[in-house]
Design a binder for this molecule. Structure first.
Ligand SMILES: *Cc1c(COP(=O)(O)O)cnc(C)c1O
Length: 436
C-alpha cells in the first residue's frame, strides 16, 4: 500500500510540474481500457493508465482555468482525501466513524454559529450542493407538516436548477416553483415576492434566497426576504452554494448579511474555497430536524450518541468528507480564507475595469463572477463560440452560459494562480473579438 502511494506521489509530481503548461481543456484523448485485464496490473501499468486519464482531463491547475466554480484544489484537502480513503471510515454509523462523526458535528456546529445560525446550529455534509438542497427542502416540508401536499416554493428567476431537480425528487410538479423576477442587479425583488405571497393559495414549502447566483454572482436581499418570511411564518432556505463562505470572513460577511436568519442554508466549500470535491453541507438552526425527517432504524448498528450520520440525510454509506474540509480549513487559517476571498474579488474587479470601456453588456454581480456579451442583441451565440475558441488557443478557458435568452461569456476569478497577465490577455482578446 505505502509503496504504491509513494509511486503515485512521484508520478503526480511530474504531472503537477507540467500542469501549468497544459491547456485547461485538452483536446480529444483515447480512453484507457475500461475492463479489468485477465491478470491484475502492476504499479507501472497502473501509472500508464493514469497517464492517459490525466491527458484527457480538465486541468484546474492552469492559471487560465476560469470557466467554472472548479478552482485548483486546496493542497491539504487533497492529502485529506487520501487519508480519508485510507481510513475508509463510514459516516453511516457512529461505530464506523466514531471520531469523524464527532468532528463533522463539531465543525459544522462551529460553521453554523459562525454564519449566524445560532448556538444550536449544525448540520450534515452531503456529496454536492444539489443533494444538500434536496436534503434541506425535504426537511422543510416535513417540519412544516406538508408531506404529501401540493406545496409551492418561491425563489428568484435566477435560482439554480437544483431547485427544480429537488421538486422532481419530491414528487412535485415543475409549476410549484414560483419564480420571482429579479431587479436590474440580478437580485430577487422583495416587493414582488411579498405581493406574490399575498396572492398565493397553495401551502408554501419555503422561500429560497440565493447568496450568489451561478451566472452573475448576485446575492439576494436576504434581510428583507427574512423579514417577509418572519412576518408570514415561512421557512427561509438560503442557497449559499457559492457565497455563504463569505460568512466565514470578518471582512466579507457583509456581502451575505443576515444569512444567519435562515432556517436552513447550504454551502459548498468545494467552490470558492477549493476544498477537493465533494465538499458541501446543509446547515440548520435546529439540526435535530434532520434526524426527525430522515431517521430510519439502523437495526444492525450500535446506538449513536446523538444521531447516526445515516439518519441525518439521504445518503447511507458516506465517506468522511469532513476530514478534508477540516484539514483544508486548518491549513488556510482565517488569514488564508480571507486571502482567497480577497484575491478572487480583486481579480474580478480588475477584469471588470478592463472590460468596462468595451461595447459590452456587463451585468453587475456581488461576488467573483464576471459575465458579458456584445451590446447588440442576438449576437452572443456566434460571438461567444468564436471567442471562447480564441481564448482557449491562448490557454484561457471561459464558459458560455445562456442568461435571459442571450449567450454570454463568463469568467470565475476563483483560481489563485490567475495573474494580471492572464486578465490582460483576456481583455485584449475580447477587445479584438469585438472589432473584427
Ligand atoms: C453549484 C450550485 C449548486 C449545486 O451544487 P452542486 O455541488 O453542483 O450540486 C446550487 N446552487 C448554486 C447557486 C450553485 O452555484
Amino acid at each position: 500500500m505505502v509503496a504504491l502511494i509513494r509511486q503515485v506521489v512521484t508520478w503526480l509530481e511530474r504531472w503537477h510540474g507540467e500542469a501549468r503548461t497544459r491547456s485547461p481543456l485538452p483536446g480529444p484523448v483515447t480512453l484507457p481500457p475500461v475492463a479489468p485485464a485477465p491478470w491484475g496490473l502492476d504499479a507501472n501499468h497502473l501509472m500508464e493508465d493514469l497517464d492517459l486519464l490525466v491527458r484527457g482531463s480538465y486541468n484546474p491547475w492552469h492559471p487560465g482555468a476560469m470557466a467554472h466554480l472548479d478552482p485548483p484544489p486546496n493542497p491539504a484537502s487533497v492529502a485529506g482525501e487520501l487519508v480519508c480513503a485510507w481510513l475508509n471510515n463510514n459516516m453511516l454509523a457512529e461505530e464506523l466513524s466514531p471520531l469523524l462523526s464527532q468532528l463533522e458535528r463539531r465543525l459544522l456546529g462551529w460553521i453554523a454559529q459562525r454564519l449566524g445560525l445560532g448556538e444550536d446550529g449544525g448540520g450534515v455534509m452531503a456529496s454536492g450542493g444539489t443533494l444538500c438542497t434536496i436534503t434541506a427542502l425535504v426537511t422543510a416540508r416535513h417540519q412544516r407538516g406538508l408531506d404529501g401536499q401540493h406545496a409551492c416554493l418561491y425563489a428568484s428567476a435566477d435560482c439554480h436548477s437544483s431547485l427544480a431537480k429537488a421538486l422532481r425528487v419530491m414528487g412535485l410538479p415543475a409549476a410549484v416553483l414560483r419564480l420571482v423576477p429579479t431587479d436590474a442587479s440580478g437580485r430577487l425583488d422583495p416587493h414582488l415576492l411579498d405581493e406574490a405571497l399575498a396572492q398565493e393559495t397553495a401551502p408554501i414549502l419555503a422561500v429560497v434566497a440565493t447568496a450568489g447566483t451561478t451566472i452573475r454572482g448576485a446575492v439576494d436581499p436576504i434581510g428583507l426576504i427574512a423579514d417577509i418570511c418572519h412576518r408570514r411564518g415561512l421557512w427561509l432556505h438560503v442557497d449559499g452554494a457559492i457565497g455563504a463562505v463569505c460568512g466565514l470572513s470578518q471582512r466579507h460577511r457583509g456581502r451575505v448579511a443576515h444569512m444567519g436568519r435562515a432556517d436552513s442554508l447550504t454551502m459548498n466549500p468545494q467552490k470558492w474555497l477549493g476544498i477537493a470535491k465533494a465538499s458541501a453541507m446543509v446547515l440548520l438552526r435546529q439540526p435535530q430536524a434532520l434526524a426527525d425527517t430522515f431517521a430510519a432504524p439502523l437495526a444492525y448498528m450500535e446506538p449513536a450518541r446523538v444521531a447516526h450520520g445515516g439518519d441525518c440525510g439521504l445518503q447511507g454509506t458516506r465517506p468522511a468528507e469532513v476530514l478534508k474540509l477540516w484539514l483544508g480549513l486548518r491549513q488556510l487559517g482565517q488569514q488564508g480564507i480571507d486571502g482567497l476571498l480577497d484575491g478572487a474579488l480583486h481579480r474580478a474587479q480588475v477584469l471588470r475595469q478592463g472590460l468596462a470601456p468595451l461595447p459590452l453588456i456587463l451585468p453587475s454581480g456581488d461576488l467573483h463572477i464576471v459575465c458579458f456579451r456584445p451590446s447588440a442583441a442576438g449576437s452572443g451565440e456566434a460571438w461567444s463560440r468564436r471567442t471562447r475558441q480564441r481564448l482557449l488557443d491562448q490557454g484561457l478557458m471561459l464558459s458560455r452560459p445562456l442568461y435571459h435568452g442571450e449567450r454570454y461569456l463568463k469568467a470565475v476569478l476563483g483560481n489563485p494562480f490567475t495573474r494580471r497577465e492572464q486578465i490582460a490577455t483576456l481583455v485584449d482578446t475580447i477587445s479584438a473579438s469585438l472589432s473584427r
